[in-house]
Design a protein around this ligand. Structure first.
Ligand code: SF4
Length: 374
């Protein structure tokens, strides 16, 4: 193991070069709930987290972040998603910021993407912050989806490469890149292709929405075991759908996978990828109803008799990323404060109460199975 990427510094943590692969996770608590978030940070630190990510969606979250910063020495990363305009407010309080190239076009659409990135880079430079270019399968920038309409993996890779070239032109090299998908095979393909194009850029590895235990760890291992021994990957996150107080499982799983790979212990999953695949997001501060985790578990229980069918069910925790991230699933659920929206591919079927949605999902699932076997 050990890659030949360049060194990126996040406060005192080196990512890339010959540094050990760092392990990170994300707070699932509401950022505004300062005590709960500090509790979550302490839990993750105790488990050995090198970096801890926090979501910031508005000015109230920024104010909370400033308070959180005063009470912890943990290396903090902020996930900007659609709110990249908050960067100058959050940067003084964090060590790294993640922007999603697929979300930059939403705000101020008349301003060119290059200009937005230049602004982000200037904020990062001024505050000594590292950056992550975080490309995600469910939110690839429309330009790249159009240009590489026949190859989704290429759309992800080319978007990442384009942003790297732009950052280089702006004389900013303190960045890492992530290329995530919920399908481990696509994660392997994206990261292999990217690392061939940009062997110098440190990579943050992850299988997005890997889901519930134990499948979430298995999916992640399948991808990491094919990448890490090839020297691909400099930092990682295992994204699991677990209750808030169990978030440290992500760090423990990441460390265990690294240990096993170092010792040559690999898992064999001969039929991997066949049959029912339930993907679910790891949850973050955007979850508006904590019943989300339980719902994901119930979906798994309820659909266990369908495990022989090649069907993807996606369960997402919020209305920010939920609608987009469920588009490719055969059946999708995304959770709002008091209702859950049910989808068939990109078509919305309706919004239902938490205690009603499972029976609606079951009807759709049975129809899908009947259609597949007929
Ligand atoms: S889907 Fe929403 S709740 Fe889930 S991790 Fe993504 S942003 Fe957070």
């Amino acid at each position: 193991m050990g890659s030949k990427t360049r060194k990126v510094w996040v406060k005192d943590l080196q990512i890339g070069g010959e540094a050990p692969i760092s392990v990170q996770s994300m707070c699932a608590t509401r950022t505004r709930d300062i005590d709960a978030t500090l509790g979550q940070i302490a839990l993750l630190e105790k488990a050995g987290a090198d970096l801890i990510r926090i979501a910031v969606d508005n000015v109230m979250d920024v104010e909370a972040l400033a308070e959180i910063r005063k009470s912890t020495k943990a290396r903090l990363v902020v996930d900007l998603q659609e709110n990249f305009r908050l960067a100058d407010k959050v940067a003084p309080h964090v060590d790294k910021m993640r922007y999603n190239p697929g979300h930059l076009h939403h705000l101020d659409p008349e301003i060119p993407i290059q200009q937005k990135v230049e602004w982000l880079v200037n904020v990062a430079k001024k505050n000594g912050s590292a950056l992550r270019v975080g490309v995600n399968c469910g939110s690839v920038a429309p330009d790249f989806l159009e240009r590489y309409a026949k190859d989704h993996v290429n759309a992800i890779v080319e978007s990442a490469v384009w942003h790297c070239s732009l950052l280089d032109k702006l004389n900013f090299t303190n960045y890492v890149v992530s290329l995530k998908d919920s399908d481990p095979r696509k994660v392997v393909e994206c990261n292999k292709r990217f690392s061939q194009r940009r062997p110098d850029v440190p990579i943050h590895l992850g299988v997005t929405e890997a889901g519930l235990l134990p499948d979430g760890i298995i999916k992640t291992r399948v991808a990491f075991e094919q990448l890490i021994p090839r020297g691909i990957g400099d930092t990682l996150r295992v994204s699991l759908t677990v209750a808030f107080h169990e978030k440290d499982e992500e760090i423990k799983a990441g460390r265990q996978i690294l240990k096993d790979i170092a010792e040559g212990k690999f898992i064999s999953v001969p039929d991997f990828g066949k049959g029912l695949n339930i993907i679910s997001c790891p949850s973050c501060s955007r979850v508006e109803n904590t019943a989300f985790v339980e719902l994901a578990q119930e979906v798994k229980r309820m659909s266990s008799d369908a495990k022989g069918h090649d069907i993807v069910i996606a369960v997402m925790g919020c209305r920010v990323n939920g609608p987009g991230e469920t588009d490719d699933a055969d059946l999708g659920l995304w959770c709002g404060p008091s209702s859950v929206t049910l989808k068939r591919k990109s078509e919305t079927l309706g919004a239902y109460k938490y205690d009603e949605v499972l029976s609606k999902l079951r009807v759709e699932l049975d129809e899908l199975i009947a259609h597949k076997v007929s």
